[in-house]
Design a protein around this ligand. Structure first.
Ligand code: UDP
Length: 329
């Protein structure tokens, strides 16, 4: 079996865990990453066994030059700018990276005879869902520029699947957490914010009453879902990947252990995210293995990873989210 695979964003959070798994599974791995939020340290266990290319997907000429003569059996497309706040202040950067970047990748992959392309889509496409648990059939209603760019790219993937016959699976991830989650300068996902606060012995900045809930999904479950999608016969499908449970922020605070301080509720934010994962169970024969209790323990064992993560306080968050509150209220 030929197992040549290209992983975009392979030096990032999910990407580096996937690289480690695929190296173990004897895939021939090529990673492209622009190292804007990814980090070569994340690849320290695998770097000697892979081919690493520093490329920005939005740079079509460079992409073409470096990948023109290479062949791949599979591609997993994880490279994207994440986080809501900077997407509101800088939508052009997000469009360029997430939409144009995906378009450029698809154009290159048209002639590669891929067996499968996996796309990391986002549950943020559902916006504020009307139904829980939320299935793939739910209405699409992105609330933020980040969410719409991830959704537009998913439509490109679907369309290239239809027109140019690139078999794809688009996985809609719900609130992924785990070791190596991003520690970049922007105000982002709750785990990074809370872990830096824990290290500094500062109170957790809990949004609103903390009773809102999230479908927190551990990174190894995400990576297993990607692996199952690659190796299954399923193609041209969009599939939710979540824990299939939903946990309150107050419960997360309890598991992490520490004091809390309240910050204002954010506009456009759902009260709950909660994936209906029946399709993943049925089509991929996949199910999540790591409970939040076990996942948080694993994260706390690796808390040193967040030593240099930015430390957010109610006042710096207020400043950083000013545009968000102004525009989306
Ligand atoms: N959250 C919080 N304090 C923070 C940042 C986030 O209480 O400083 C909460 C937020 O209200 C949400 C959850 O954590 O319910 C997850 O937020 P995140 O931004 O990680 O993901 P998303 O809102 O996109 O699901």
């Amino acid at each position: 079996m030929n197992k040549k695979i290209l992983i975009t964003g392979g030096a990032g959070f999910i990407g580096s865990h996937l690289v480690d798994l695929l190296v173990k599974k004897k895939f021939t791995v090529t990673v492209i990453d622009n190292l804007s939020s990814g980090n070569l340290n994340n690849l320290k266990d695998s770097i000697k066994k892979i081919n690493f290319l520093k490329i920005d997907l939005s740079n079509q000429k460079e992409l073409e030059k470096k990948l023109k003569n290479k062949s791949f059996d599979y591609c997993v497309h994880l490279a994207a700018l994440a986080d809501i706040v900077p997407s509101i202040t800088n939508p052009d950067r997000y469009f360029n990276s997430n939409v144009v970047g995906t378009f450029n990748l698809l154009q290159i992959m048209r002639n590669k005879n891929l067996k499968k392309l996996i796309y990391s889509a986002s549950s943020s496409c559902y916006g504020i869902p009307k139904k829980y648990p939320t299935s793939e059939a739910a209405e699409i209603n992105p609330e933020y520029p980040y969410a719409i760019t991830k959704r537009i790219a998913e439509e490109l993937i679907e369309h290239w699947g239809k027109v140019y016959k690139i078999p794809y699976v688009s996985l809609r991830f719900f609130n992924v957490y785990g070791p190596r989650s991003r520690t970049s300068g922007t105000y982002g996902a709750v785990f990074g914010v809370f872990l830096a606060q824990k290290i500094a012995n500062k109170p957790f900045t809990v949004v609103g009453d903390g009773n809102q809930t999230r479908d927190f999904t551990y990174v190894s479950d995400i990576v297993n879902a990607i692996y199952k999608s690659l190796t299954s016969r399923i193609s041209n499908r969009i599939i939710n990947i979540g824990s299939g449970k939903t946990y309150s922020i107050n419960y997360l605070v309890k598991l992490l252990g520490g004091k809390k301080v309240t910050i204002p509720k954010r506009p456009g934010e759902p009260k709950c995210t909660f994936a209906n994962i029946n399709l993943a169970k049925k089509l991929l024969k996949w199910k999540p293995q790591v409970s939040l209790e076990v996942g948080v323990k694993k994260v706390l064992q690796n808390i040193h990873y967040w030593n240099n993560a930015p430390l957010w306080s109610p006042s710096s968050i207020k400043k950083e989210t000013k545009e968000w509150f102004k525009l989306l209220k």
